[in-house]
Write a protein that binds this ligand. Structure first.
Ligand code: ZN
Length: 453
């Protein structure tokens, strides 16, 4: 029989280094001009490949993706506005937020009043530059602070957007980690935002660090990380993976997860999937502030994975969701919003969720008639009469009591209020003492060439 469960629990010494490594990766990725498609996405994957193994897919423009089609590819080389006095008042080189993503190319000289409809600002947040996109409507534009707009003198302005918007490809990348089983845990994040930190470089770096950590660990499940542009990316991926979706046993989307807001888990559409309970227990056990939200059909890429036609058991991990931060999709979402410590706790908590999903088991008590005599087996304190029962002993009593073949270790951790790691350790001790055995999961498939334990 295989080991009942192996849970490391606790924190290792490299924990805080994880957050710093993630933050350094963010600093490298921050300047790149990502969009739905194009060289910024590919350059992002070039850097991620220094950390994890990635395989890329290039999907031609026009390819059907559920009810959508892959758009043309957009690449921008230069974009600027020169004022009447000859100075560059707005320049893409200073910040890629300055050009509306998916702007068509333009080269013109316009009086301010004609340029004005192409200039986007936020009058009620006059110091920040907004982030704007126009993926599915052909236009061009620039974004700047409202304060700067008010300072523009009347006169003729030279506008240049040196871009191509033409049939090309949508690029997504996957990192696949084989486990003992073919069944997969899917982790997805979106890669289409330019120089914005929490939304969603934080998701990219947390997913990357998870893949890097998991590559070093023993794995029961196989893992698949998907890095793809928002909405059209998961739609494309789902369309191309329809025949193998039944292998996905659990999943998480990871986004907006580097700020100092409380860790937040949004349930799957199913609401009672194993990942929903695993996330709740891992958050409870983490000792950090957290929230659990019910499913709703808006937000991030969970909208696609949890659409009724797919209904995958996948929840969303975040901190401050994009709609909940007033500076979202503006230059206020900079690297100064990100805390390496927050990244560390985000990564650790996601790893704890994944570890629960990877080690969770249903067991059977082999001595169910009454309480087995634990003291005789060296599992119980020898001196009687103590009022408080230590957690390790309570955990063994919970595991024995609940292990009738219908409840998992996760169910027992949830019901007992004891940490999952404590429950899993108790199960392992009971297994070694011959009091417990794993109930095999009939629905699982070993990888070809490997025996089913
Ligand atoms: Zn966003």
């Amino acid at each position: 029989m295989t080991s009942v469960a192996t849970v490391t629990g606790g924190r290792d010494d490299s924990a805080s280094e994880l957050g710093h490594e993630a933050y350094e990766l963010m600093r490298r990725l921050f300047p790149l001009c990502r969009s739905l498609t194009g060289s910024g996405v590919r350059a992002t994957f070039d850097i991620l490949q220094e950390y994890i193994q990635l395989s890329r897919s290039e999907v031609p423009s026009g390819t059907r993706a559920c009810d959508w089609r892959v758009p043309d590819e957009w690449n921008v080389r230069e974009a600027y506005i020169v004022g009447p006095d000859g100075t560059r008042v707005v320049d893409f080189q200073r910040s890629n937020l300055h050009v509306v993503s998916y702007s068509e190319p333009v080269r013109a000289v316009l009086p301010l009043e004609e340029l004005r409809p192409h200039l986007h600002t936020l009058p009620d947040r006059p110091d920040v530059v907004p982030y704007r996109t126009s993926y599915y409507e052909r236009t061009w534009g620039f974004c700047l602070s409202h304060r700067q707009l008010l300072e523009l003198e009347p006169g003729d302005y030279e506008v240049v957007i040196d871009a191509t918007l033409a049939p090309g490809h949508l690029t997504y990348a996957e990192s696949k980690l084989d486990g003992r089983r073919q069944e997969e845990i899917l982790i997805s994040t979106y890669v289409c935002h330019p120089s914005l930190a929490n939304d969603n470089l934080s998701g990219i770096v947390v997913a990357t660090m998870l893949a890097k950590q998991l590559a070093e660990r023993p794995r029961r499940h196989s893992y698949r990380f998907v890095f793809a542009p928002g909405t059209i990316g998961p739609l494309t991926w789902l369309e191309r993976n329809r025949t193998r979706l039944e292998l996905i046993r659990h999943g998480l989307t990871v986004a907006c997860i580097g700020d100092d807001g409380p860790l937040t888990y949004k349930r799957s559409r199913r609401g009672d999937a194993e990942v929903d309970r695993a996330a709740e227990v891992a958050l409870r056990d983490s000792g950090t502030p957290y929230r659990v939200l019910e499913f709703e059909p808006w937000g991030g890429d969970e909208r696609q994975f949890c659409s009724p036609g797919f209904d995958l058991p996948l929840g969303a991990m975040m901190r401050t969701a994009h709609a909940a931060y007033p500076g979202n999709h503006t230059s206020a979402d900079g690297l100064d919003r990100i805390h390496p410590r927050s990244l560390t706790v985000s990564i650790e908590t996601c790893l704890a969720i994944l570890e629960i999903l990877d080690t969770n088991l249903t067991c059977i008590n082999l001595a169910p008639d009454g309480e087995p005599q634990l003291g005789r087996r060296g599992l119980y304190r020898s001196a009687g009469g103590a009022v408080a029962t230590p957690a390790e002993e309570r955990a063994m009593l919970w595991v024995l009591n609940q292990s009738d073949g219908s409840r998992t270790l996760l169910d027992i951790a949830y019901r007992s209020g004891l940490p999952y790691a404590t429950i899993a350790r108790a199960a392992e001790r009971l297994r070694c003492a011959g009091l417990l055995e794993e109930r095999p999961r009939s629905e699982e498939h070993a990888r070809s060439g490997e025996s089913v334990p």
